[in-house]
Design a protein around this ligand. Structure first.
Ligand code: SF4
Length: 136
């Protein structure tokens, strides 16, 4: 089985975009480096041949910074099979009132939230690896 593609939106200038990217990097670099990989969304959007080949028909999980779902939409348009998609604000309920940082840095609470998002992605990865059908 090839690695599961976990792809965040670019979300430049927004803390939710930074949270999406950092959570995905935690998964692909620290928590599940042997099972997952990520790509820069810009390469997906611009149709970089090498990246398109790696995504087409492959299992993908996306983490977006808002309801525009740039990553989910771009990955699907490229032919990736998005088995699970999230957006950072969906998990904010338990974090109301916290300061997470800005588009360029995360506070301590921001890093904790990123870790929580990463753990949600890890759960998805495990479910996919176990062949459990997950909802999109
Ligand atoms: S999903 Fe939202 S935050 Fe992310 S790149 Fe698109 S518009 Fe920006």
């Amino acid at each position: 089985m090839s690695k599961i593609k976990v792809i965040p939106c670019s979300g430049i200038g927004k803390v939710f975009g930074l949270l999406a990217r950092e959570s995905v990097l935690m998964v692909t670099q620290e928590k599940c480096p042997n099972e997952t990989e990520t790509f820069c969304l810009a390469h997906v959007v611009t149709g970089d041949d090498e990246i398109v080949d790696k995504i087409k028909g492959e299992t993908c999980i996306t983490m977006d910074g808002c309801a525009k779902y740039c990553s989910k939409k771009s990955v699907e348009e490229t032919g990736g099979i998005v088995v699970k998609s999230h957006k950072v604000p969906d998990f904010m309920k338990a974090h109301r009132g916290e300061e997470h940082g800005t588009g360029t840095y995360l506070t301590e609470d921001g890093w904790k939230y990123a870790e929580e998002l990463a753990d949600i992605l890890v759960k998805d990865v495990k479910e996919v690896m176990e062949g459990v059908k997950v909802n999109v």
